[in-house]
Write a protein that binds this ligand. Structure first.
Ligand code: ATP
Length: 436
């Protein structure tokens, strides 16, 4: 299925989903840019995550913390000490570098590129260093955050004092994270700059198992509800020796990507590692006072950590279909309507006929007050449908000469390709019912 990935990468570029970063300068490996269609897809994913994780719940609040933070945070969290490093091996012949654990997974003992001998593994820290202020010295060093959750832990007390939430409660945040990955690759699967959607659920110690199981279920169901084929999703439990430095237990939600079954999201039981370490290092009290039990304790944390880019890639791969239509093959992205970048395309059948384009423009202007819509008159109807299928638009509206007489338009369904005539006056209600 390697081939499918090539098709996805090419479609992503051709149709404005994802472009290689800095392309006119020859590219900048490990970074990608979302184009006009891709940004809509990614925003829809983030919007759905925020809705189900924050707005639909009484017990979770949002946060938007800064990317640059005190470097003390990264010492206390373990990222700059032993914890946040991957084992790096170098080929003695071609000098390429690899992650030793990935090579082990491939059961390789020699360089996967040239067969050369590999060096001993050494620890490579993934934090991205930068300088703050006009002087570049040790005192001005800080790091681009490697995960968004540290911003949540260091704001725990602020949220507690300002919002007075009762345990159990969660804090959620979406934002960029940076890791100096040894081997980025597989398109947007592993990048050096990416976006996370993380939620930390603060609980009473001892209730870890209950909430861990609850969050596993909720997060798995989120992908299924947004249309991912559930046969392609599975849990992977981390063995004790593979756990990250902060975790007591970890399950990944994996998706069957064309290159491999790989992690989409991690659910972690972080115990009291984060709050205890930050309390010690900052000399602040980060405990919680339970008024019901008249008891003070350091909350434990169940974390759900998803990648917006990996989710976008999984939704893209999963939506991709090729279908035989007569002698042709149509490529269609069958996104869930909530995720579809464009919901409705308005297509006038005769772009030089003012009577028709006037009606089409009026319909478009009306629909776009409610739905993300696109007006397109730049080709034959066959080409226009093809373009909309390839970006996953659930409905196309065509306006023709008959529309001038019967005040109806043709609505085409992306998945069934069935067409029906719908009254212009009732279009908004029609789509309201179909798209919600
Ligand atoms: P991996 O084992 O693939 O390196 P991880 O276990 O280190 O990932 P976490 O630290 O649990 O990943 O990060 C949580 C989520 O953030 C991941 O499930 C993934 O969706 C996303 N993520 C992590 N690293 C990257 C990356 N380099 N590029 C894109 N997304 C990433």
């Amino acid at each position: 299925m390697e081939n499918l990935m090539d098709k996805i990468v090419s479609l992503a570029k051709r149709r404005g989903f994802i472009f290689p970063s800095s392309e006119i300068y020859g590219g900048f490996s490990s970074c990608y840019d979302y184009g006009p269609i891709g940004v809509e897809l990614k925003n829809n994913i983030k919007k759905e995550w925020w809705k189900t994780m924050v707005h639909d719940r009484e017990d979770i609040v949002g946060l938007d913390s800064s990317i640059l933070m005190s470097p003390k945070i990264w010492y206390a969290s373990g990222h700059l000490t032993a914890g946040f490093a991957d084992p790096l091996v170098e080929c003695k012949k071609c000098k390429k570098r690899f992650r030793a654990d990935h090579i082990k997974e491939q059961a390789a003992t020699k360089c996967p590129e040239c067969g050369g001998e590999l060096s001993e593994a050494r620890k490579f820290n993934l934090m991205m260093k930068t300088f703050v202020g006009p002087v570049e010295n040790d005192a001005s060093v800080t790091y681009l955050r490697a995960e968004t959750c540290q911003g949540i832990y260091v704001n725990f007390k602020n949220v507690l004092d300002s919002m007075r939430p009762k345990i159990p409660f969660g804090i959620a945040q979406i934002g960029k994270a940076f890791r100096n990955e040894i081997t980025p690759g597989n398109f947007t699967y592993r990048m050096r700059e990416f976006e996370q959607m993380e939620q930390q659920f603060f609980i009473k110690p001892g209730e870890n198992k209950k909430y861990f199981e609850e969050w596993k279920k909720i997060r798995m169901q989120w992908y299924i509800d947004l249309g991912i084929n559930k046969e392609k999703l599975k849990f992977h439990e981390h063995a004790k020796e593979d756990l990250a430095h902060y975790a007591k237990a970890a399950f990944d939600i994996e998706y069957d990507f064309p290159f491999e079954n790989k992690e989409l999201e991690g659910i972690h039981d972080r115990g009291d590692w984060d709050l205890s370490n930050h309390a010690k290092a900052s000399k602040q009290d980060l405990s919680y006072f339970d008024t019901k039990e008249n008891k003070k304790f350091v909350p434990n944390i169940i974390e759900t950590s998803a990648g917006a880019d990996r989710a976008a890639l999984a939704f893209l791969v999963d939506a991709y279909h090729e279908e035989k239509v007569k002698d042709d093959t149509r490529i269609v992205l069958k996104f869930h309507p909530k995720l579809a970048p464009i919901k409705i395309a308005v297509l006038p059948l005769a772009k030089n006929k003012k009577e028709i384009t006037d009606v089409a423009r009026k319909i478009f202007n009306d629909l776009k007050t409610k739905f993300v819509a696109m007006y397109d008159d730049s080709g034959s109807i066959g080409k226009l449908y093809r373009r909309q299928d390839e970006i996953g638009t659930p409905f196309c509206v065509t306006i023709d000469f008959d529309s001038l007489e019967d005040k109806k338009v043709t609505v085409r369904d992306r998945d069934t390709m069935e067409q029906e005539r719908v009254e212009i006056d009732g279009l908004k209600d029609y789509f309201e019912k179909k798209l919600g």
